[in-house]
Design a protein around this ligand. Sequence first.
Ligand code: UT7
Length: 325
Amino acid sequence: MSTIRAVIRGCGHYLPERVVPNAEFAATLDTSDDWIVSRSGIERRHFAAEGEYTSDLATHAARRALDSSGITPDQIDAVVVATSTPDFTFPAVATQVQAALGIRQGFAFDIQAVCAGFVFALANANGLILGGQAKRVLVIGAETFSRIMDWTDRGTCVLFGDGAGAVVLEAVESDGTSDDRGILGVDLNSDGQYRELLYVDGGVSRSGTAGVLKMQGREVFRHAVEKLAQTATTALDRAGLGAGDVDWVVPHQANLRIIRGTAQKLGVPMEKVVVTVQDHGNTSAASIPLALSVAAARGQFQPGDCIVTEAIGGGLSWGAVVLRW
Ligand code: UT7
């Protein structure tokens, strides 16, 4: 039975110029390159410059995604930005990106599901396309987590980075089988009882400040592998596919040990897993579109490849999207 699928037409990413190696933290904190690499896999990350904001990162990534898709700004019906570090409390970063790209039609809004934000944004954009609300959607993950770090907390400030990634989705008439290109399966979850494991201790209504990130890393880790493997399996199942059909996993890039553990639990070998955490650190909602775009630029994906994206973050919120390239 013929159906509409949301197909990725192009992708792009942007990283701020400043690269911060692990050694820089050892100068001011009781930490070491050895500890950071062995516990997280992170070797370096990028930090935005003074005067460089989330909407700037998002706009650069979006321009590159549009260029690679051959789709022009006047053809975009919706802009969706996943972020937890917006320039302003309001309006949405997405409206600023819309303006910067000269898009005057359609609508734009932000999604806040922290590190799972891009998966939630992709799923929502897919829903807009399947529901006939939009034909072409720009979906962006963009963050400046360096702005919400506690620089005295070695358990968190060495882990996060800034960046942005974007994809252009387009509605395509398809056969309605699991061989179709585009988004084939989605699974989203949240469980708000775990707020204290990972949160920011300020906000508009509560403190009137932006706050800083607090994380019980070991506890988040404990939830991560099991929930990520489970959500990826559910999304694959909904797509009518199994682990044996997977060509690539593009996981949220928080910790190499979580990435490895999840791949093992899923039964997918590490040769099929895109890993960028060593170069970007944890860029929250930006990490999956960044990894996707880096892998695409390396020529790793072939048309028709089955790709699984999965992420978990504050909330807790977690989810997966299965798509065919
Ligand atoms: O993206 C959103 C989701 N977030 C995540 O997925 C993050 C999940 N968690 C993690 O990635 C890991 O838990 C961490 C990388 C944050 C920490 O690794 P860990 O193996 O769980 O270490 P730990 O928190 O159990 O800490 C072990 C030790 C502690 O010392 P004691 O209590 O054993 O004496 C920490 O104080 O390591 C200490 N430690 C550090 N030592 C040197 C914590 N941070 C550092 C540091 N340098 N930067």
